[in-house]
Design a protein around this ligand. Structure first.
Ligand code: SAH
Length: 328
């Protein structure tokens, strides 16, 4: 028997070590090159806002195939030579299989297995669909108390929780209500916050989850591209949970950092010129190619696709002006 977060950590470590995640799901940087370009330009502008620290570590958490960073660097090289010259690339990646793929796209990078191992310099951190893969705990309301979910033989087992869940409790705690707590994500937000309080820095997270903390079981699995039972055959499916942006924001502010957002991904990308860039890219292309580029941009931004469920959240040093995309 294993606590759910330990089960999820073990299952995902095995999954990312041995499987090709991109067979099971498609992420924003794989949909359109403009996604990574916009994040690169965000980093360049934010570098100016935090006072142009030199050197600065450009850090990506969970870089997948390295696509986002390759697109970001191309955009940065074109418009921000000062930032390009000041930055050093560091990747946080646990899978040696994916590190090998990233090495082909991004020569000269330095890898770490955890954020803690990244040197204590000024950082600009980018992370897309990283937090959703981090382990969560789940608590269930039973007869006025709380039980915690463990996993045994492919099924949930409920064990008396000694303490109430370390998570924001829902209003009207009804029988059977499930609340989740992503301790690993919260610890990451606090430790990033401590870094940007100690020296100029910023981080940008894009992931999916609600705007306000909400109860409910959001654990899901994708195997061979289809929804699957998260508790059976660990290591053969990608396990994810919704990201609790409000809780991450509280953790970062609690550690003294400034927080912007969350804002919906569609709004964030539109404010940063998604459709202008797509149109420029489409100019002069064949009608079929141009239509595909526009369709990719819509997939990222339309509310009923990735535009609303996905959110952007920034954590910055205190007293830094609002970073691009979060105004208003
Ligand atoms: N950001 C990429 C990939 C998302 S998939 C994209 O948008 O396409 C999640 C990535 O995070 C993979 O690279 C996976 O190996 C990595 N990852 C997942 N859990 C991790 C952990 N606990 N520590 C470090 N890397 C992790």
């Amino acid at each position: 028997m294993e606590r759910l977060d330990r089960f999820m950590a073990r299952a995902n470590a095995a999954y990312y070590a041995h499987q090709d995640p991109f067979r099971d799901f498609t992420t924003s940087p794989e949909i359109s090159q403009v996604f990574g370009e916009i994040l690169g330009l965000w980093a360049a502008v934010t570098w100016e806002l935090i006072g142009r620290p030199d050197p600065v570590l450009l850090v990506e958490l969970g870089p997948g195939r390295g696509t986002l960073m390759a697109d970001a660097l191309r955009a940065i090289g074109g418009v921000a030579p000062g930032f390009r010259a000041a930055l050093h690339l560091h990747l946080v990646e646990s899978s040696s299989r994916l590190r090998a793929i990233q090495a082909e796209r991004l020569p000269g990078v330095i890898w770490h297995s955890t954020l803690e191992a990244v040197p204590h310099e000024s950082v600009l951190v980018l992370a897309n669909e990283f937090l959703d893969a981090l382990p969560i705990r789940q608590f269930v309301r039973r007869r006025g108390g709380w039980m915690e979910r463990f996993v045994a033989d492919g099924q949930f087992v409920e064990i008396e929780a000694g303490l109430p869940p370390p998570a924001p409790l829902p209003q009207g705690e009804g029988e059977g209500v499930v609340v989740e707590c992503g301790e690993a994500g919260l610890a990451l937000a606090s430790s990033l916050a401590a870094r940007v309080v100690a020296r100029p820095g910023a981080a940008l997270f894009l992931d999916y989850g609600p705007e306000v903390s909400a109860p409910g079981d959001s654990l899901q699995a994708l195997r061979d591209g289809r929804p699957a039972d998260p508790l059976t055959m660990p290591g053969t499916a990608d396990l994810t949970a919704h990201v609790d942006f409000a809780a991450l924001a509280r953790a970062a502010m609690g550690a003294g950092a400034a927080v912007s957002g969350p804002v919906a991904q569609g709004l964030f990308l539109a404010r940063l010129g998604l459709f202008q860039r797509i149109n420029r890219l489409a100019t002069g292309k064949s009608p079929g190619h141009a239509a595909a580029l526009v369709e990719a941009g819509r997939r990222l931004a339309e509310p009923n696709r990735m535009g609303r469920l996905f959110k952007a959240l920034a954590i910055t040093s205190p007293a830094v002006p609002t970073p691009p995309g979060f105004e208003g």
